[in-house]
Design a binder for this molecule. Structure first.
Ligand SMILES: [Zn+2]
Length: 60
């Protein structure tokens, strides 16, 4: 079984964790309803993508 021969130093462990953080999500504004949406995704509130309706939004 693959097993580490030596324990990594605290410095090496902490350097690995420098990439471990949460980034703020990239968001754009829907040209149809001006609602905030994820880029390259259909709008969650009006169901459009590229100015045409691609999904029907269920009314609650
Ligand atoms: Zn929209």
């Amino acid at each position: 079984m693959a097993n580490p021969k030596h324990r990594h130093s605290k410095s090496r462990r902490d350097k690995r964790r420098t990439h471990k953080y949460l980034k703020a999500p990239n968001l754009t504004v829907c040209p149809q309803c001006q609602e905030v949406k994820k880029p390259h995704h259909a709008c969650m509130s009006c169901g459009t993508y590229n100015s045409r309706e691609v999904v029907t939004v269920q009314q609650i």
